[in-house]
Write a protein that binds this ligand. Structure first.
Ligand SMILES: Nc1ncnc2c1ncn2[C@@H]1O[C@H](COP(=O)(O)OP(=O)(O)OP(=O)(O)O)[C@@H](O)[C@H]1O
Ligand SMILES: [Mg+2]
Length: 281
């Protein structure tokens, strides 16, 4: 089936065919706020942050959809212990409708899952691009938030997924390799997508205040090298600091949300604070 009959969606979709990384318009008034969670280095905690942030927003009465935009290497289903029969792949190939593929998840939000091990999604084809854009535009009016859990790095698939969102959170750990890759990602988002504001979540911090320190250092280098035009500024906003917390690993092993299983933990409190900050923005 076609996922959308909205002419605005199809015209944006066809425009997107010319530029894989250009930033689409931020969407209709009254629709969901779109937020991409991305990173330079892999394995830093994007899926953990996205899933638990979705639960925290849902607990605040928000209607939330998480889209597993890590096409090809998706694992949101694993973290949430879901066994989807239908995924984005089935929607892309017209084997299922969007309605069938949007599933309720533990934590009170909804998910649109992707398949794993699908090499066809390692490259950004015009079809995947158009379909993804169409899907986001179609579901936008039905939710308050659409969170996109993307892959790591600066491939065109990742950058396109990020371009679908108005707001971006870059997740980084304090390790030098993660910070170098976060810098590279943010630089690309600023130069290719024209972003002047990016949110930072420092995950697996070893002490309180580490996030602020790291954000300040990154901001300094970015301001110097990302090179906004004279008079323009680039703002890296520290949106969250999540400490290294053994409950995160325990929750992943149990395939459950930290927010539901360890609601009093440091990690859960940090994610709730992140949700509050986003709601205030
Ligand atoms: N705050 C934390 N404290 C302790 N461990 C953590 C924390 N955040 C993440 N982890 C560990 O890191 C692992 C990887 O997290 P996650 O899968 O969310 O990363 P990712 O960035 O989504 O990875 P990928 O790039 O492969 O998609 C988790 O399974 C967990 O064990
Ligand atoms: Mg992930």
């Amino acid at each position: 089936m076609s996922t959308s009959t909205d002419p605005a969606a199809s015209s944006q979709a066809s425009q997107s065919g010319t530029s894989p990384t250009a930033r689409p318009a931020s969407g209709r008034a009254g629709g969901a706020r779109t937020l991409a969670v991305t990173s330079g280095k892999g394995g830093v905690g994007k899926t953990f942050v996205t899933a638990n942030l979705a639960a925290a927003l849902a607990a605040r009465g928000q209607k939330v959809l998480v889209l597993d935009a890590d096409l090809g290497l998706a694992n949101l289903d694993v973290v949430l212990n879901l066994h989807p029969k239908l995924t984005l792949h089935d929607v892309f190939t017209d084997k299922a409708t969007l309605e069938q593929a949007i599933l309720p998840a533990p934590g009170g939000f909804h998910v649109l899952l992707a398949g794993s091990g699908m090499v066809e999604y390692s490259r950004l084809t015009p079809e995947v691009r158009d379909r993804l854009l169409e899907i986001v535009e179609t579901v936008r009016p039905r939710f308050d938030w659409i969170l996109l859990d993307t892959g790591a790095g600066i491939s065109d698939v990742v950058l396109f997924a990020v371009s679908l969102a108005t707001q971006v959170l870059v997740v980084a750990t304090p390790e030098p390799t993660s910070l170098t890759d976060a810098y590279a990602t943010i630089k690309v988002l600023a130069t290719q997508q024209g972003r002047r504001e990016v949110g930072l979540v420092v995950n697996q911090a070893s002490r309180v205040g580490e996030g602020k320190l790291i954000c300040g250092q990154l901001q300094q280098v970015l301001q110097r090298f990302v090179g906004p035009q004279p008079g323009q500024t680039f703002r890296l906003d520290l949106m969250g600091e999540v400490k290294m917390d053994s409950v995160v690993r325990q929750a992943v092993l149990k395939r459950q949300l930290v927010l539901e299983n360890f609601p009093g933990s440091d990690a859960a409190q940090c994610i709730k604070a992140l949700a509050n900050k986003l709601l205030e923005k």
